[in-house]
Every structure is written in structure tokens, then in C-alpha cells.
Design a protein around this ligand. Structure first.
Ligand code: ATP
Ligand code: LTN
Length: 336
């Protein structure tokens, strides 16, 4: 028993509790996390330290942390199997991030596309945290000696940076960090905005292009009805048919149907029929999560307990790596 436990590969991931999670967060990240919880040793966190790189309203951030924890559980994560925790409750994340800042090169950080996107969107607040955000993310991953990091496509570059930093540190001293690999599931790697399918669906976009995990059925049907498509009228994947490709990805992810099955189901039918089916499939998919979500939100004491126990377990694992790192870089410890 003990042996199999030790042989399990380790998975770490996180989502920023910067608002209500979206269908993109669910399909691109959260749903994959639930599939991994039996086979792997999983650490899933709420990346609240990351959220303050963009200004947050404090009371809303606190509430979003609780809501996101409830969504994690409602989506099927089981705190008996996984470690669920708030990043800010484990100080080792900030501590390792500082050290790793000294092993991340300006040139590397300059190439990060999320920094370029976010600084364009928040031109009045291009702060240092936004710039070093990927280093904090590297610390999140490397602290737990993660083998795998399930994320959407937009985060692949950050996981690659974590690998580069880990290799640099290991080569400078000696083997300290395990080299992590991103896991990106293909069709849901990047769910696009319904109103502008050239852009990723994102929780900080408030318009009708984003479906939130807690949207009710009417809202979902309305947003999908308004989704941007093209004029060709055929429910078939195609080069440049970003809107239809996106809806097909969503429909397939929600129902398990293949492209071929979807094409024959809608042969001779129009976009209106297809959109209605997509909307209903999403509402079915999210309906169960919403019910569970309400149940968890009604029991704040339980959510608090999960977060406290999760932070204790996470701290134990994280501190082991942190003390190794402190020793390797040469910090003096009078206890030893
Ligand atoms: P924000 O708008 O605050 O930047 P976001 O919605 O882009 O947030 P993140 O918290 O940055 O979401 O991402 C959490 C996880 O969800 C990451 O693994 C990310 O890759 C994944 N993800 C986010 N948006 C999508 C999407 N549209 N399609 C697939 N995966 C996504
Ligand atoms: N940067 C990620 C959230 C995140 C994360 C992580 C994901 C923070 N730390 C560690 C995986 C592993 C995001 O916003 N998409």
C-alpha cells in the first residue's frame, strides 16, 4: 500500500480566484484535474497571490476565494484524495519565488506573451508583479516536485519557463527540482470567446463572449445564440471558421460526440439548431455543478476546514523543498 502511494506521480495546478470561473477554466483545466485525482498525488491551489497582479476589490477577492473553492469541490474534486489549498496560506510560495527571481533572466520574462497581453489590457498598472508572475508560478510548481501540470494552452509557455529555471538551478548546484511537464488536452486546450473567437474565453472579460460556470440556463442559451459564426452555414470544421470550430469543440467536450457524429447530427440543419443544442449541452454540463456549488456554499465551516487542512498538508511538502533550496544557495541556519 505504502509503496504504490510513493510511486504515484505528482500533479500540481492552480486557477486564479479573480472572478467566477468560466467554461474555459472548467474544460481547459478543472475537468482534467478531476480525472487525475485517482491516479496521481494531486495538489490543486487557488492562485490568490497571482490575482493581485491586477487590482482586486479586497472584499470581492475574499468572496471569490471561497466561491472558487466551492466550485472546485462541486466540479468533483475530493479533498480526501487531493490537497486543495489557498496559495497565500503557504508562505513557501512567496519565499521560493524570491529565490527563483534571481535565477530567471530578464530576456526570458520579456518573451512571456501573457505579460504582453495583460500589460496591454492594464496599461495603467504595469507593475513588477505582473512581470515576475511566471516566476511565482514556477515556484508553485517546483515546490511540490510536480511531474505534471495540467493547464490550458495559454500557460504552456509558463510551464516551459519553470522547466528552464529548474534546470538552471539544478545545473548550478545539484539535483534539487524535478522537471515538470505540462499536460494540455487537445480540443479543450483553448476555448475561445463566443463574441470574438480569435480570443481566448477569459474570466476577466465581462461581455457575452464568456460563459461562467454559474450562469443559469437562460443566460447560457442567450450567449450561445449570439455567438459569432460565419456565413457559410454548414456545421463542419474548417480553416478560418473560428466560431464554428469553437462551438464544435465545446459541444464535443460537453457530449463526448466526435466531429463525424456532430456533422451527421446537424447535416441539413442551420446554425440556429446547432446553437440551441450547444447551449443545452452546456447547461446540462454545468447544471449539476451549480447544484453542488450551492450545497457547499451553504456550509462555510466545511469549506474553511478543507482550506485549513489543505494548507497544512501543502506547507509540509513545500517546506521540505524550500529548506533544501535555502541550504543550497548558502543561507546560514543556526539550528543546524
Ligand atoms: P484571467 O481572465 O483572470 O486572466 P483566465 O480566465 O484566463 O483568467 P486563469 O486563472 O488564467 O484564467 O487560468 C486558469 C486555468 O484555466 C489555466 O490552466 C488556463 O490555461 C485555463 N484556461 C483559462 N482560460 C481558458 C480557455 N479559454 N480555454 C482553455 N483553458 C483555459
Ligand atoms: N498562471 C495560471 C494559474 C497558476 C498556475 C500555477 C497553473 C498559478 N500557479 C501553477 C499551474 C501551475 C493562470 O492564471 N492560468
Amino acid at each position: 500500500m505504502q509503496e504504490t502511494k510513493e510511486a504515484k506521480k505528482l500533479v500540481l495546478s492552480g486557477i486564479q480566484p479573480s472572478g467566477t470561473l468560466t467554461l474555459g477554466n472548467y474544460l481547459g483545466a478543472l475537468r482534467n484535474w478531476t480525472k487525475m485525482q485517482d491516479e496521481y498525488l494531486c495538489y490543486y491551489m487557488l492562485a490568490d497571490l497571482h490575482t493581485i497582479t491586477v487590482r482586486q476589490v479586497p472584499a470581492e477577492l475574499r468572496q471569490n476565494c471561497l466561491k472558487t473553492a466551492a466550485i472546485y469541490l462541486a466540479a468533483g474534486l475530493d479533498p480526501e484524495k487531493i490537497t486543495l489549498f489557498l496559495q497565500s496560506m503557504v508562505p513557501a510560495h512567496s519565499q521560493l519565488a524570491w529565490v527563483l527571481n534571481c535565477y530567471a533572466m530578464m530576456g526570458e520574462l520579456n518573451r512571456m506573451t501573457q505579460f504582453k497581453d495583460k500589460s496591454a489590457r492594464h496599461a495603467d498598472n504595469i507593475n513588477g508583479g505582473l512581470y515576475t508572475y511566471p516566476v511565482l508560478m514556477a515556484a508553485d510548481i517546483l515546490l511540490y516536485q510536480a511531474d505534471y501540470v495540467p493547464v490550458g494552452k495559454d500557460q504552456k509557455q509558463h510551464v516551459e519557463l519553470a522547466r528552464d529555471i529548474a534546470n538552471r538551478f539544478n545545473n548550478t548546484y545539484s539535483e534539487t527540482f524535478r522537471i515538470p511537464e505540462p499536460i494540455i488536452s487537445t480540443n479543450t486546450a483553448s476555448i475561445r470567446s463566443l463574441s470574438d473567437p480569435t480570443k481566448k474565453m477569459s474570466k476577466s472579460e465581462s461581455g457575452d463572449g464568456t460563459i461562467f460556470v454559474l450562469d443559469n440556463k437562460d443566460t447560457i442559451l442567450r450567449k450561445v445564440r449570439k455567438a459569432v459564426t460565419d456565413s457559410d452555414g454548414e456545421i463542419r470544421r474548417g480553416e478560418g471558421k473560428h466560431g464554428i470550430n469553437n462551438l464544435m469543440n465545446i459541444y464535443s467536450a460537453a457530449t463526448g460526440k466526435t466531429d463525424g457524429e456532430i456533422e451527421s447530427e446537424f447535416a441539413g440543419k442551420g446554425y440556429g439548431d446547432f446553437k440551441l443544442a450547444v447551449g443545452e449541452a452546456i447547461a446540462d454540463l454545468l447544471g449539476g455543478i451549480q447544484q453542488e456549488y450551492e450545497r457547499y456554499m451553504a456550509d462555510k465551516a466545511y469549506l474553511n476546514r478543507v482550506l485549513i487542512e489543505g494548507a497544512e498538508r501543502a506547507s509540509y511538502a513545500a517546506n521540505k523543498t524550500l529548506s533544501k533550496v535555502y541550504r543550497k544557495v548558502g543561507f546560514y541556519d543556526p539550528h543546524k
